[in-house]
Design a protein. Structure first.
Length: 274
């Protein structure tokens, strides 16, 4: 895919984009891709959509000029190998997509922006500014994220704000350092360590964004800038938002999320989707 270098030559080296997705994301995914192309103010290389073998998502990738990646080719394990559930909820797929994101260094050839498939950019975003990496952040997080972080790395959080903003720029070399550090501490592959240390009685047991973000922030705090994410969650779908409504929302927010939390509930003892 050709890089849009002319339009954003002043914005530094190109980045790739990685979006894990499944078929339930098809209602938002086209808008996510369009929003990224419009509002990421850096040259964009390839946009990778990591998904199960879905012909509908393959077709969308062709239309949107994205690279389809079958998720079963990314890790030595699949969702079936993760058993993170109770009688009423199933977070196995939720955890699996986080592990896929942390495997982006094996998919992408550049530093890459991870974007959730239900979050649409409505204002310009820069992820490098004045020689620093920009992390978008919020005021609150889940305490269990940091318990797992401590188990994995033997240290406390360092960022003063939560780094769960539904998107983050990952630097490949630093991501690999994180995984090597986890493996050296636990003596097993990094993804197995994550699965092993999670408290499976709790629904929010791990965050890829908090884990990577706090790890690299501790390495060089001066190298990072924290900006408020200004994310708005809406119960409706993006098709129902008019251009005027989006313009109005963009005055207060940078992005809109269309979460479907109910998918984590188990029905009749069957696992949920992610």
């Amino acid at each position: 895919m050709k890089l849009s270098l002319a339009a954003h030559a002043e914005s530094g080296p190109a980045i790739d984009i990685l979006i894990p997705a499944i078929e339930k994301d098809l209602a938002t995914l086209p808008y996510v891709i369009d929003g990224l192309r419009k509002h990421v103010k850096h040259p964009v290389g390839d946009i990778y959509v990591v998904s199960p073998g879905s012909e509908r998502i393959r077709s969308l990738c062709r239309r949107k000029r994205c690279v389809f990646v079958n998720e079963n080719t990314v890790l030595p394990i699949t969702k079936r190998d993760i058993h993170y559930r109770s009688r009423t909820w199933d977070r196995s797929g939720w955890l699996y997509q986080q592990l896929l994101k942390l495997s982006g260094d094996t998919v992408c050839s550049r530093d890459f922006l991870v974007a959730d498939a239900d979050t649409v950019f409505i204002r310009p975003h820069r992820f490098r500014s004045n020689g620093k990496t920009v992390f978008y952040s919020r005021a609150w997080s889940q305490p269990e994220y940091f318990n797992t972080y401590r188990k994995l790395l033997g240290r406390k959080r360092t960022s003063p704000r939560s780094l769960v903003a539904h998107y983050m720029l990952f630097e490949r070399a630093k991501l690999r350092k994180l995984k090597r550090t986890i493996e050296a501490r636990h003596g097993i592959p990094w993804f197995k360590a994550v699965i092993r240390v999670i408290d499976r009685t709790k629904q929010f047991g791990f965050s890829e964004f908090e884990t990577y973000g706090n790890f690299v922030y501790a390495l060089n705090r001066a190298g990072y800038t924290l900006r408020p994410a200004l994310n708005k969650s809406l119960p409706t779908g993006p098709r129902r938002l008019s251009a005027s409504k989006i313009t109005k929302l963009a005055k207060s927010y940078r992005s809109i999320s269309f979460h479907k939390r109910k998918i984590y509930r188990r029905s009749g003892g069957k696992p949920s989707d992610r």
